[in-house]
Design a protein around this ligand. Structure first.
Ligand SMILES: Cc1cc2nc3c(=O)[nH]c(=O)nc-3n(C[C@H](O)[C@H](O)[C@H](O)COP(=O)(O)OP(=O)(O)OC[C@H]3O[C@@H](n4cnc5c(N)ncnc54)[C@H](O)[C@@H]3O)c2cc1C
Length: 579
């Protein structure tokens, strides 16, 4: 079996995800869970094998960039070759449902695929990550005609997609978008410019544009924005008004083309309702955020793997540096960071999967299909609502944790290599350069923790903690129970601190990162304990995460609770010392 399919992935595939409920909701009582699970494992094994096989070529081609030739973006050979292999295996667009020619893969499997692709090459991952997001947005919000026209082509890999949001003045704040969509004789025509568009040379662009009719009234807000599918080639075969004006040179992910795009009276087809583009785009972005968390975890895995191998081989003071206590602590910390972030991501994915499966079950039985009684429907609807709240909090936390872990683990991997780590050809140096962008795109870390805070402000902690508490109280093994109690204590401290914090929104914003860290600590702690119950070899991992993180949690909660908005003035005074 490929090393790309690690223990943790198999643990979730075999034990930690409730596939029985998932498949019975999705396919009805008659589904054979063992056959279905084996099929998912086959998909992952095929993906793992391709990624592992291609890793040497992808690493060797790391410096090679995409090029722009006559408005065509050409992928470098190592990217094209791997894409072709994945396309041949049908593994380029994961969530497209079977009725539109796809596999309808669960979010967990799709994100493990992205994680493995990223471990091989984080640049290639950006191209594939977008296929999943763009196609699934069309699937969720597009008209039946758009779905029938484009989704089979996404599933086969015939077309690829891009997500076009950012403009020079509109980065984190998409209210600044000025690309304009004008209705003329029932057609929508898009004019404007976007920057930093990943895979910008592709055929299908999902463009967020401001409606001309309400342009002045809605300017500066996310109201009045609609989402348009803008193809480069129109159905009659003529070229649409979409062109790539520039490819950027970057610090990392060189194989991923990052383009500036110009739209000149480009025809677009509305996806979702007029003025509801931000909502539709948020759904794509939430998918993509889990994808970028998976990207971070893939980079972190690759970095840790290379660092561990080097530390075991490099001898100083008569022994491998891996045997030095300080190095042991560093390597263990890196593993904890990786596994804690992974635990959050897989938990978030399994909630997304549960909800998609529930939606399918509810739709299938909507007209009295017979499988569900009225009270079962009500129960499922209530579970769906609670899960939605959990997903809205876990998604930004998973993105924040997974990408910050990639950044710090790849940086630590350089340190472990000593001077060699700083050489231009250093593998871990390249991995670190790739990691940096993950905390920036799909919403920066600051935006993720602010989103998490917003959800906490709306009361999400109660719903998330309710599930955690139930899980933590089921441990019977004394060792697991003792650790679970520490997590329960941590949750109580957070509830106390969050109450004090939410009384003042400016102070809350200032402390959003601390709050995100502590909430992520308890969720990952509970999840790691579940892993340890299923596989006792993971007990030390769970206990160490909990012990280290709960000490940090106590300090952070105390600081949050004792502070006030005055701290902002203190920050201003400190910053003023630079003037
Ligand atoms: C390689 C690459 C690929 C990309 N791919 C795409 C793509 O495919 N499609 C697309 O539409 N865009 C894409 N982007 C754009 C990306 O999403 C934005 O760069 C990102 O959202 C940040 O926006 P910005 O660069 O304008 O930074 P800004 O929004 O100007 O932020 C600058 C700094 O200020 C901080 N900041 C901003 N607002 C706040 C706040 N309220 N509170 C605290 N801190 C704040 C940010 O966290 C950041 O640290 C890509 C960018 C890059 C570099």
């Amino acid at each position: 079996m490929s090393a790309y399919l690690g223990d943790a992935v198999l643990l979730y595939l075999q034990e930690l995800i409730d596939w029985e409920s998932y498949f019975s909701w999705r396919k009805g009582e008659a589904s054979d869970v063992e056959v279905e699970r084996a099929a998912l494992r086959d998909v992952l094994e095929t993906g793992a094998q391709i990624c592992e096989e291609m890793e040497p070529a992808l690493r060797a081609g790391w410096d090679e960039c995409a090029t722009l030739v006559d408005d065509e973006v050409i992928y470098p050979p190592h990217i094209k070759e791997t894409l072709d292999k994945l396309r041949e295996a049908g593994l380029v667009s994961y969530g497209v449902e079977e009725e539109y020619g796809g596999f309808g893969l669960p979010s967990f499997v799709a994100n493990v695929m992205l994680q493995m692709v990223s471990r091989a090459d984080a640049g290639l991952m950006t191209i594939l990550g977008l296929q999943a997001g763009v196609a699934e947005d069309i699937q969720q919000y597009g008209s039946e005609e758009l779905k029938r026209t484009y989704l089979p082509r996404f599933a086969s890999g015939e077309v690829m997609g891009a997500m076009d949001l950012t403009e020079p003045q509109a980065g984190s704040d998409l209210g600044g978008i000025v690309t304009r969509a004008t209705e003329e004789d029932g057609r929508y025509l898009v004019d404007g410019d976007k920057i930093f568009i990943t895979n910008g040379g592709c055929e299908i662009h999902l463009v967020l544009a401001r409606d001309a009719a309400s342009f002045e009234q809605s300017k500066g807000t996310t109201k009045g924005l609609s989402l348009y599918l803008v193809p480069r080639t129109l159905p009659d075969g003529t070229k649409n008004g979409v062109s790539v004006t520039r490819l950027e040179e970057k610090l990392g992910i060189h194989g991923s083309p990052t383009a500036a795009i110009h739209y000149e009276h480009a025809e677009g087809y509305l996806v979702g309702g007029l003025g509801e583009g931000f909502k539709a785009m948020l759904s794509l972005m939430n998918n993509a955020r889990l994808g970028v968390a998976a990207q971070g975890i893939g980079i972190a895995e690759a970095s840790l793997n290379v660092a561990l191998q080097y530390a075991r081989e490099r001898v100083q003071f008569g022994q491998p540096i891996a045997d030095q206590p300080l190095m042991k602590d560093r390597l263990a910390r890196m593993t904890l960071e990786l596994e804690g972030s992974r635990a959050l991501l897989y938990r978030a994915c399994s909630l997304v999967d549960q909800n998609r499966a529930i939606e399918i079950a509810l739709a299938r039985t909507a007209d009295g299909g017979g499988e569900l009684s009225a009270s079962e429907r009500l129960e499922l609807e209530a579970l769906h609502e609670r899960n939605d709240t959990r997903i809205r909090l876990l998604t930004p936390l998973a993105k924040y944790m997974g990408t910050e872990a990639a950044d710090s683990i790849s940086r630590d991997a350089i340190q472990i290599h000593g001077g060699l780590g700083f050489m231009a050809e250093s593998e871990v140096g390249k991995l670190h350069n790739d990691a940096i962008i993950t905390t920036i795109y799909e919403g920066t870390s600051e935006i993720q923790v602010s989103f998490a805070l917003k959800e906490i402000g709306k009361g999400a902690l109660a719903t998330v903690f309710e599930a955690l508490e139930t899980e933590l109280k089921t441990f019977e093994d004394p060792k697991l129970k003792a650790e679970a109690e520490k997590v329960l204590d941590g949750m109580n401290l957070i509830l106390g601190a969050a109450g004090a914090l939410l009384a003042d929104f400016s102070y809350a914003l200032m402390s959003a990162q601390s709050l995100a860290e502590v909430v992520a600590s308890v969720i990952a702690g509970a999840e790691l304990l579940k892993q340890a119950k299923a596989d006792p070899r993971r007990f030390d991992l769970a206990a160490s995460w909990i012990n280290r993180r709960m000490v940090d949690l106590e300090g952070r909660c105390k600081r949050i609770q004792e502070g006030s908005v005055d701290r902002l003035d203190r920050c201003a005074n400190i910053i003023a010392l630079n003037d």
